[in-house]
Design a protein around this ligand. Structure first.
Ligand code: PLP
Length: 228
């Protein structure tokens, strides 16, 4: 960061992701950097697109629906993931807009996704969100329920589950949470691990993250209008 020109913190974060992958003995291209653009308008997002970046994350369906369609027209190869909680009444909008839903976290949502995917003929990749810290206020399936839920999503509902996602508690070391997520994924043969944010993506890469979700380190501090 600190550069007011085109690509904000993007270049520095790309370099840090590559360095962390090399340090972990992993191929640099085994870790995808997602730019988390929530709260930022097209004026902030366009320079990151112009710099060649294509993978973005948003946490609210309505906000994303308002700002991404015109950007998609201009850059058709954008890939957009939903990384925030999904209400069942927003499932159709989400399926129309996103290339992946990273927050599949409860049976009712999984059932609705399965039904509406078939109805719309849209099958975005699904990630199961695991509440590794068992925080009551946080979304995600409890770790002890994860095995059964993952199996049900894949076998009965035939959702296209590609991996797992977690958001560790802010006040704990993230390492045990990353390790737990990797362990659950491994026993299901799931290859995608979405974990690590601005503060801890290096550590997440050490524990096998295949997608790191970075907002602040790319775009700067978000405006604080509400509970993000
Ligand atoms: C906002 C957000 C991020 C990015 O957080 P930063 O600390 O700004 O990098 C990552 N994941 C989720 C689920 C988010 O909501």
């Amino acid at each position: 960061m600190g550069d007011d020109s085109s690509d904000s913190g993007l270049g520095a974060v790309q370099d840090a992701v590559a360095a962390a992958a090399r340090d972990a003995g992993r191929p640099v291209d085994s870790v995808a950097l997602m730019a988390v653009s929530k709260t930022h308008g097209p004026d902030r997002i366009a320079p990151v697109l112009e710099a060649g970046h294509r993978l973005f994350g948003e946490n609210r369906v309505q906000e994303a629906a308002g700002k991404w369609p015109p950007l998609r027209d201009a850059w058709p190869d954008i890939r957009l993931h939903l990384i925030g909680p999904l209400q069942t009444n927003k499932v159709r909008d989400a399926l129309a807009l996103f290339d992946a839903i990273q927050t599949v976290d409860r049976p009712k949502l999984a059932e609705r996704l399965a039904r509406d995917m078939d109805a719309l003929g849209r099958h975005p990749d699904c990630f199961i969100q695991v509440n590794t810290g068992k925080e009551p206020q946080k979304a995600g399936i409890a770790p002890e329920d994860a095995d059964a839920f993952i199996a049900d999503c894949r076998t009965r509902l035939t959702l296209p589950v590609v991996g797992l996602m977690c958001i560790p508690p802010v006040d704990e070391s993230p390492a045990p949470h990353f390790a737990l997520l990797a362990k659950i994924a491994a026993r299901h043969g799931l290859t995608e691990l979405s974990m690590g944010m601005s503060a801890d993506f290096r550590e997440a890469i050490r524990f096998g993250a295949t997608i790191v979700r970075v907002g602040t380190a790319i775009f700067g501090i978000r405006p604080p209008p509400n509970d993000r």
